[in-house]
Design a protein around this ligand. Structure first.
Ligand code: MD3
Ligand code: FE
Length: 214
């Protein structure tokens, strides 16, 4: 990957790939409302560490809102309409979350993004996410929007093969990333989090990932 893909635009956008962008601080002034909405979701559908098909416990704690939620257990990864912990549908996607996702997608050329799934990831010091692709969704034409809140993280933006060199991208509170099209199936991950407590969230990072899954 060449350095010109890494140029910062004058308005605070950073281009990672042909169709992958960081929108620095886009969610910053809405963070309070977003975190309130996340707390409401987590009261109905608590954050939990899921099992992988291989029998490991993920280090990220997860929950979902929206019509579909991403889950993992010994039987595999999938999107499902019901929270396996409660047997109830996932909580509805709160309007402030839905709006932010649509605004961010539209700002980068993906008008009319209507996510049906919002995965909520909670990181604590040491939590990491191994390199993977997001390929459990039905529709790869829709973009993915992700919002970082709380502690800083180093996101790893890889290529189309697992072994491709990954570019480290520091993400901070309020940053939003939009990717779609040719960059939709890139490998990506998150380095183990360092403990530098954040004023709003303490020793936690919350990442929201909006997808069209069904
Ligand atoms: C890059 N979450 O939940 S969002 C995930 O910070 C996940 O919690 C990360 O990866 C987090 O699956 C990063 C990112 C993301 C999603 C899809 C991508 C990055 C992507 C697709 C292509 C390239
Ligand atoms: Fe992912």
């Amino acid at each position: 990957m060449t350095q010109d893909l890494f140029d910062t635009h004058e308005d605070g956008r950073l281009r990672l790939g042909d169709q992958a962008f960081v929108l620095r601080g886009l969610a910053r002034d809405r963070a309070g409302a977003l975190l309130e909405a996340v707390a409401t979701v987590a009261r109905c559908a608590p954050l939990r560490r899921m099992q992988t098909p291989g029998g490991y416990t993920m280090s990220v704690a997860m929950t979902n809102c929206g019509v579909l939620g991403w889950t993992s257990d010994r039987r595999g990864y999938r999107y499902a309409p019901v929270d396996p912990l409660s047997g109830q549908p996932w909580p509805p996607m709160p309007p402030p979350l839905r709006r932010l996702a649509a605004d961010a997608a539209a700002a980068r050329g993906f008008a009319g993004f209507e996510p049906d799934a919002c995965l909520i990831n909670e990181y604590r010091p040491g939590t990491r996410l191994a390199l993977h692709q997001d390929r459990d969704e039905r529709d790869f034409a829709a973009p993915i929007v992700s919002v970082s809140l709380g502690m800083d993280a180093v996101f790893l933006f890889g290529g189309h093969a697992r072994g491709d060199r990954a570019m480290p991208v520091p993400l901070t509170h309020g940053d939003v990333v939009v990717w779609g099209g040719v960059d939709r199936l890139r490998f990506h991950g998150v380095r183990p989090l360092r403990d530098i407590p954040h004023p709003l969230l303490g020793s936690r990072r919350i990442n929201l990932t909006f997808r069209k899954a069904g």
